[in-house]
Design a protein around this ligand. Structure first.
Ligand SMILES: Cc1ncc(COP(=O)(O)O)c(C=O)c1O
Length: 425
């Protein structure tokens, strides 16, 4: 460990020392000692077009020479305006107001504040949110509060606000109980809303795929039914598309794929192709209108020093152009994953194989408790590095979420190595 750095998500005493990366290109990372690693997880799920893409690098350079940053209160600039227009154009019709911040957690904080204040601005006190078991929305306090009560937030549990949790109807290949599971969750949701409809400011969900909670997947049908109940009982639907946005689920956004327009959505991670920290919270006119007032108390008092940073916006615009070029790659990856999963399905060491778009996952079966602390994850990580792959299982959940530029040959190589690792553990 470097003597002056406190690394995130690491046990300071027991975590192995970090690997030093000196450069990266496409899906390959180059380490200081000359080894090369195939980045099968897009480095914390952000580098959707691969590393160091020259088009994004050039867009940032060119923007940096013109305007690197400016306060975004009382001032505006072309990269932010253009990006807002293009995002609105790509998102489901009805999501039209873009609020900028810096990362996934802040995008969620803003969404929660917008939803809460939406009711306050109409003289209603709605004190609670509904969220999902297994959810992960980030590490700030609001985001932790609507996340599952887990190892990550355990120490702070007394500081988190109260949230009602619903089970997440996770499904996988060959799951025969999915209809039943969805029905049960929808019934529970309906019951809560019927008991006290005025209590809930909104419900937040990671649509189609829950990320850090274990790459758990649900069906678009479920989101559609959930949305119907949200509308019927007049609360708000918040999508956290931080991980799943920008092609991850095989379409531009899960909201597009599931044909559900939430009231508010949160986007980050892939937004700049992994180059710079940036996020947006996008809401409907209905939400925006309640803040449109002469009364100062109706203002959304939220902003960050680097809000709408022009370099980030320029990177995001270049990344959107690459998204157009890469559409065939991200929309066809699901079929490729399925091909390889079919082979792995025969392996008794794995269960619950699942795929949505560019994301494939499975649970490793061993005699330890399923979850983040299952030690098999560390063993796989270590073996993967030895064999030239960057994998970072979440405990016993092994997943692959590569950049869209991965070739068929490289994907085949990744699965071949995964198969080898499975045979060794
Ligand atoms: C669904 C989801 N929401 C929010 C976040 C938080 O994003 P960030 O790490 O950029 O704060 C993450 C991060 O993994 C995520 O997967």
């Amino acid at each position: 460990m470097h003597p002056n750095i406190w690394y995130p998500f690491q046990n300071l005493k027991t975590s192995p020392p970090p690997l030093k990366v000196i450069s990266a290109s496409g899906i390959w990372l180059e380490l200081e000692d000359g080894r090369k690693l195939m980045d099968c997880i897009s480095s914390w799920w952000v580098n959707i077009h691969g590393h160091s893409h020259p088009k994004i690098a050039e867009a940032i350079f060119s923007q940096a020479k013109q305007l690197e940053h400016v306060i975004f209160a009382g001032f505006t600039h072309q990269p932010a305006e253009k990006l807002a227009e293009e995002l609105v154009d790509k998102l489901p019709h009805g999501l039209s107001r873009v609020f900028f911040s810096d990362n996934g957690s802040t995008a969620v904080e803003v969404a929660l504040k917008m939803a809460y204040q939406y009711w306050v601005n109409q003289n209603q006190q709605r004190q609670k949110f509904i969220a999902f078991e297994g959810a992960y929305h980030g590490d700030t306090f609001g985001a932790m509060s609507v996340g599952a009560r887990s190892l990550f937030s355990q120490v702070f549990s007394n500081m988190l606000f109260e949230v009602d949790f619903l089970p997440f109807p996770e499904t996988y290949i060959g799951d025969n109980a999915v209809d039943e599971k969805e029905e049960e969750v929808l019934c529970k949701f309906k019951e809560k809303l019927q008991q006290n409809p005025q209590q809930y400011a909104g419900i937040i969900i990671e649509p189609l795929v829950q990320g850090a909670g274990g790459i758990r997947m649900c069906r678009p049908e479920f989101l559609r039914e959930l949305h119907q109940l949200v509308e019927k009982f007049d609360t708000l639907l918040i999508f956290d598309e931080v991980m799943t946005g920008f092609g991850r689920t095989g379409d531009w956004f899960p909201s597009i794929k599931s044909e559900v327009t939430p009231d508010i959505t949160c986007l980050s991670k892939g937004i700049t192709g992994g180059f710079l920290p940036l996020s947006v919270t996008v809401c409907s006119e209905k939400i925006y209108d309640t803040f449109y007032s002469d009364d100062p108390i109706k203002t959304l008092y939220h902003g960050h020093s680097y809000t709408a940073n022009p370099l980030g916006c320029a990177a995001a615009l270049a990344s959107l152009e690459l998204m157009e070029e890469n559409q065939p790659a991200f929309s066809s990856m699901e079929g490729k994953h399925l091909q390889y999963l079919e082979v792995l399905q025969e392996n008794p060491k794995v269960e619950k194989l699942r795929v949505t778009g560019t994301i494939a996952a499975m649970n490793i079966v061993n005699n330890q408790e399923s979850g983040y602390l299952n030690k098999v994850g560390l063993e796989i990580r270590r073996k993967a590095v030895e064999k030239g792959l960057l994998l970072r299982p979440l405990g016993n959940v092994l997943y692959i979420m590569p950049p869209y530029c991965i070739t068929d040959g490289e994907l085949f190589q990744a699965y071949k190595i995964i198969d080898e690792i499975l045979n060794e553990i």
